[in-house]
Design a protein around this ligand. Structure first.
Ligand code: 13P
Length: 253
């Protein structure tokens, strides 16, 4: 049985004061919803303050990115050690915005995943096809390539700390979400790939989240699908009320 997981990816939003304010509101709204695992991923600059704000709550902390080396001359980068130092348990890797704007390749993403796991961070690995790729009927091909290259060389024990997020690029920030059936089809395929790469037992325990315009109005329907174990939420995680509604919908499954 996979416990539902809802992750709020705040992206490049919120000052430290805004981050704390949002966290305080969220804490109150979801305090009775312990059947769901809840993670917030604020920008790096807010991690310290949010870490303090979530103390004593059921909210966990995640980072949105990391560098693959533990330390050194890498101006502007943030290492897995620094993220762990702030009590992050999770890190998002390979988000499509990083693939697109920062040209992160599957090889880079693979190095980042290994760095996260080496440092005892749970890696939330994002995969997803573009609109063009979906229209050309290449969705499964793209997913297969991203999953296989991204997860290359991981041990079975490392695989236990993985979470996969299926985020079709055409659904991110567009208000256009994949239908529950479309998402479930890709999730089923991802789980099949995971059992080929690792084994069936490991694959059946890895959570697969859906991301892309998840809102209170569509989350229950998405989450009711067998292979959808939770959500990676962008825009709707910036409002405590809407994020809490999404968490509530995951309590029902
Ligand atoms: P939206 O929920 O704003 O579409 O963003 C999804 C996403 O990219 C989460 O990582």
């Amino acid at each position: 049985m996979r416990k539902p997981l809802i992750v709020g990816n705040w992206k490049m939003n919120n000052t430290t004061a805004e981050s704390v304010d949002l966290t305080e509101k969220l804490k109150r709204l979801i305090k009775d919803m312990a059947v769901v695992e809840v993670v917030v991923a604020p920008p790096f600059t807010s991690l310290d303050k949010v870490r303090d704000a979530i103390k004593g709550s059921n909210i966990k902390l995640g980072a949105q990115n990391l560098f693959w080396e533990d330390k050194g001359a890498y101006t502007g980068e943030v290492s897995p050690l620094m993220i762990r130092d702030l009590d992050c348990e999770y890190v998002i890797i390979g988000h499509s915005e990083r693939r697109e704007y920062f040209k992160e390749s599957d090889e880079i993403i693979n190095k980042k995943i290994k760095a996260a796991l080496r440092n005892k961070l749970k890696a939330i690995v994002c995969v997803g096809e573009s609109l063009k790729e979906r229209e050309e009927d290449k969705t499964m091909q793209v997913i297969e390539s991203q999953v296989k290259k991204g997860l290359q060389g991981l041990s079975l024990s490392e695989a236990k700390e993985l979470i996969i997020a299926y985020e079709p690029v055409w659904a991110i920030g567009t208000g256009r979400n994949a239908t529950p059936a479309q998402a479930n089809e890709v999730h089923t395929y991802i789980r099949k790939l995971l059992s080929q790469i690792f084994n069936e037992g490991i694959a059946s325990n890895i959570k697969i989240l859906y991301g892309g315009s998840v809102k209170p109005s569509n989350s229950a329907e998405l989450m009711s699908e067998k292979e959808i174990d939770g959500a990676l939420v962008g825009g709707a995680s910036l409002e405590a009320d809407s994020f809490a509604e999404i968490v509530r919908s995951a309590c029902m499954v």
